[in-house]
Design a binder for this molecule. Structure first.
Ligand code: CAA
Length: 384
């Protein structure tokens, strides 16, 4: 499709990312899935091509890419390896609270190393008892002099334990509900910060998902983001932006599964002809391609709304994430069906794609939460 919002430079970058993904990332994908280890080589690859610099403004060492270009980059990487696509998506997620609410000093301190890829970022909102109900958190921060002391834990944190820079949400005023939550930048080596359980997951296996523990963790007051009590809104505004990235990841997975199914159907011969000559297979491929294209339109549209500064983008961000992740589940499932017995085997990537796709319906807000966000926006619009 035409992507009018992407500059000539960004078009060249996306083209380069597509090549890198196909030549360097795709051959590593099965191994990353099998080993379950964070692919440091892929992180280095993205860093060396300035791909991790995309979400950061030029004045802080980034390349200030458009939202659309970032989405297309996540898509191209995830088409080959969803774990590698997530490295870029989470670099943006973990840094977004600083981008939205950080002051100049905080951006100067943290963005250059995040943009160069020397440091990874993580976003710490979820807790064992606080998933969809993000406001139900039980991590507390108490100010004493020039420090906050954090106590509590965060669960299911992508890049947990690997990230140097963690944006963490904690209660500073227990009486004030969502207005009593504040956001902090917590460095990995701050005293009282440690890493707990590392999760064993169904998919995106190379991405590390960990528990973060705060035991009298000392955070300097200058690491408060925005003002006290602004944390919940910072978290919500962050997710409004970054859910598009999960939509892009899902879109990439779906496109990868479609590519595989089309190629297989053309070469697999049964009853003396390629199975692609059967209408039963053709109809499946047509449905898969239509879902991929519809997901792409929503992901790109939501990205363009961000780039245009359109305030309606939150609703479209949730729509893009919800639709693309559902499409990814359908398309990867159908890809396995087209490949038949081979699709079920680990020898082919279809089953990995389905396992990777599943998380996109869950993280950064389940698709049920996305429906809630969409419905709330719809019902509060004027003229509705
Ligand atoms: N932007 C700005 N402010 C917002 C907002 C938004 N998008 N959404 C809500 N707010 C404000 C409200 O206006 C309200 O402000 P006031 O106090 O001024 O009235 C305040 O925040 C509280 O809002 P709600 O009453 O709507 O809050 P709620 O408790 O009903 O929760 C929710 C809303 C949408 C369900 C929210 O809890 C939510 O998004 N839950 C899902 C959490 C989630 O997505 N977690 C993902 C974790 S990260 C992850 O998964 C990353 C990974 O692994 C890669």
């Amino acid at each position: 499709m035409a992507v009018s919002h992407v500059s000539e430079d960004e078009k060249a970058l996306i083209e380069a990312i597509r090549e890198i993904a196909q030549e360097r990332v795709a051959p590593r994908a099965a191994e990353i899935d099998h080993s379950g280890e964070f692919p440091w080589d892929m992180k280095e690859l993205l860093a060396s091509h300035d791909i991790l610099a995309m979400p950061f403004p030029e004045e802080y060492g980034g390349i200030g890419a458009s939202e659309l270009a970032i989405s297309m980059a996540v898509e191209e990487l995830s088409r080959c390896c969803a774990t590698t696509g997530l490295i870029l998506a989470v670099q943006q997620l973990g840094s977004m609270p600083i981008l939205l609410a950080g002051n100049d000093e905080q951006k100067r301190k943290y963005f250059p190393q995040l943009a160069s890829g020397e440091w990874l970022a993580a976003f710490g909102l979820t807790e064992a008892g606080s998933g969809s109900d993000a406001a139900a958190m039980q991590t507390f921060a108490v100010r004493k002099g020039d420090k906050y002391t954090l106590n509590g834990s965060k669960r299911f944190i992508t890049n947990g334990g690997l990230a140097q820079v963690n944006t963490i949400f904690a209660i500073t005023d227990p009486q004030a509900g969502t207005r009593g939550i504040s956001a902090f930048i917590v460095e990995k080596d701050f005293p009282g910060f440690s890493v707990g359980r590392i999760e064993d997951k169904m998919g995106i296996k190379g991405s590390q998902t960990a528990e973060l523990i705060f035991e009298n963790c000392e955070v300097p007051v200058e690491n408060l983001l925005g003002g006290e009590g602004e944390g919940f809104k910072i978290a919500m505004r962050t997710l409004d932006r970054t859910r598009i990235g999960i939509g892009a990841q899902a879109l990439g997975i779906a496109q990868g599964a479609l590519d595989l199914a089309v190629a297989y159907a053309k070469q697999r011969v049964q009853f003396k002809k390629p199975i692609a000559e059967n209408q039963g297979i053709q109809f499946m491929l047509a449905d898969m391609a239509t879902k991929v294209e519809a997901a792409r339109l929503l992901v790109y549209h939501a990205s363009e709304l961000v780039d245009d500064g359109d305030e309606q983008f939150s609703k479209y961000s949730s729509m893009a994430k919800m639709f693309a992740s559902d499409a990814a589940m359908d398309v990867t499932n159908d890809a396995i069906q087209v490949l038949g017995g081979y699709g079920y085997m680990k020898e082919y990537p279809a089953e990995r794609m389905l396992r990777d796709a599943k998380i996109t319906q869950i993280y950064e807000g389940t698709n049920q939460i996305q429906r809630l966000v969409i419905a709330r926006a719809l019902l509060s619009e004027r003229n509705s």
